[in-house]
Design a binder for this molecule. Structure first.
Ligand SMILES: [Cu+2]
Length: 481
């Protein structure tokens, strides 16, 4: 054990001497107060109290896969278990390495750590006397491991007092209104195929609903048409677009929609401002081609956007883009909740975190690690894919990147008139901005969509997989040398 705090150790030693002293001298203690046999002086209150023998408690944690897994007793099999002890207990915590890596257990408040262990099955134990009531973190002090998930709490007595104090507990998960809040990325409208202007009618509903932001964790979303993002719409430059907007009767809030493709007051926000149970219609002329974001612009606007009220409309240019095999519709958003990803229950929106621009989740299509597992996006070798990518935000800029590929064409900033950039690795997309990228899959792989500000990808959820199958081309990549 590495005990860094000599002061704490001295305190423990002094306590022991005091206890021996009171017993041996049968009733004599300092400060001119005499306590009887079996009692001791409580220095906080200067009163004699019955001396209770402290018990010894021990826990075993296995360090593996960026978490501590409880071993034995009530914590058996639990990830990052709460360790409950009584005040003045002698506490031992043993770390067993469940993998070859570098881990320790550190409790900053008590200034104790295990050794930093390297090899699988190596073991070390820390111990301390729980002299202070409160809730304290234990965590791995190796860079990046705590944020990666190696953190739990040790709760001494009531858990109220020192350390992090009583933490507000998340409430239980709510019943969901939909199985999947994420818009299907393949749900892209067909090209208009027109070479002349037309009237286009689009229908939008503001829908407030509860859905899972990740397995076991629910969140109250505000949406267009029940998904995040709302539907993708498609028109052509010169078209007149009629927007039919309904705010559902069951909703709590006013909502509206501001299209970045609109020339005029608020992009249509004023024309569509709607109380629950009302419908409005307005029209606009699509004067500019491009890929445009739309979003709610009802106060508090950042909150309405963060909770899911955004989408995109593609205004095709006079000369359409070349055809591709697959088109995808993806949008990134930042969400501000009271608890970190992975906390099961019903997440509450956190106004403070929004104000400080500290998103807990950064997601594609509204959900943590949306396009992984059974929702992985599939494609085949030889496919050309066009991705319509936008950022609803409200605040984070995306460094949009596809791990294992290079974008062939980048229609930067959603500009579809200027010839595209070629051979680009990562593209910046502003909140309220968009990009169109083309990629050709040459070899099979799991290509990973990320915001290359990678904390967002690997801790906050901005990650998705495009699984490409087919035969390998060893001149492109050869991993069999
Ligand atoms: Cu709204």
């Amino acid at each position: 054990m590495l005990n860094i705090n000599k002061r704490k150790r001295m305190k423990a030693l002094a306590m022991t001497l005091l206890l021996i002293g009171t017993t041996a001298l049968s009733g004599c203690a300092g400060n001119d107060i005499f306590c009887g046999a079996g009692t001791t002086l409580d220095t906080a209150t200067n009163q004699c109290v019955i001396y209770e023998e402290a018990s010894e408690v021990s826990f075993t944690l296995v360090g593996k896969n960026m978490k501590y897994i409880g071993s034995g007793g009530e914590i058996d099999g639990i990830d990052n278990p709460d360790l409950n002890v009584d005040l003045n207990d002698k506490v031992s915590i043993t770390l067993i390495m469940g993998e070859a890596n570098l881990h320790d257990i550190t409790i900053e408040f008590y200034d104790v750590s295990t050794e930093q262990l390297v090899t699988e099955n190596s073991v070390d134990t820390l111990s301390f006397i729980a002299t202070d009531e409160g809730t304290f973190f234990y965590y791995c002090s190796i860079s990046g491991h705590r944020v990666g998930g190696m953190e739990g709490k040790i709760i001494v007595g009531s858990g109220i007092g020192n350390g992090v104090g009583p933490t507000e507990q998340i409430g239980t998960a709510l019943e969901v209104d939909t199985d999947n809040i994420a818009r299907d990325p393949l749900d892209v409208p067909e090209p208009t195929g027109r070479d002349e202007a037309a009237d286009v009618h689009i229908y939008m509903e503001a829908v407030e609903l509860v859905a899972e932001i990740q397995d076991g964790t629910t969140f109250t979303y505000w949406t267009y048409n029940g998904t995040v993002p709302g539907p993708m719409f498609r028109a052509r430059v010169g078209d007149t677009v009629f927007v039919h907007f309904t705010n559902l009767e069951d909703n709590m809030m006013h909502h509206n929609v501001d299209f970045h493709s609109v020339t005029g007051q608020g992009g249509g926000a004023a024309a569509t401002e709607a109380a629950p149970g009302t419908t409005s219609v307005f029209s606009f002329q699509a004067m500019h081609p491009g890929l445009f974001v739309y979003h709610c612009a009802t106060p508090d606007i950042p909150t309405h956007i963060s909770k899911g009220m955004y989408g995109m409309i593609l205004i095709e240019p006079e000369v359409a883009l070349p055809e591709v095999d697959v088109e995808l519709y993806l949008m990134q958003g930042d969400i501000y909740t009271k608890w970190r990803p992975g906390t099961e229950g019903h997440q509450e929106f956190d106004d403070n975190a929004l104000f400080e621009e500290r998103p807990t989740y950064v997601v594609f299509n509204g959900k943590f690690a949306t396009f992984t597992g059974e929702n992985t996006i599939n494609a085949e070798v030889g496919d050309t894919m066009r991705i319509y990518f936008g950022v609803g935000g409200p605040n984070t800029i995306s460094s949009f990147h596809l791990i294992g590929e290079i974008f062939d064409n980048v229609y930067n900033l959603g500009d579809l008139v200027t010839p595209p950039m070629k051979s680009v690795q990562t593209v910046s997309v502003n909140p309220g901005g968009a990009v169109v990228v083309d990629v050709t899959f040459d070899v099979p792989a799991n290509y990973v969509l990320v915001d290359h500000a990678l904390t967002r990808a690997f801790h906050k959820g901005a990650v998705g997989i495009i699984s490409v199958t087919g035969s390998n081309n060893e001149t492109v990549i050869n991993d069999d040398l």
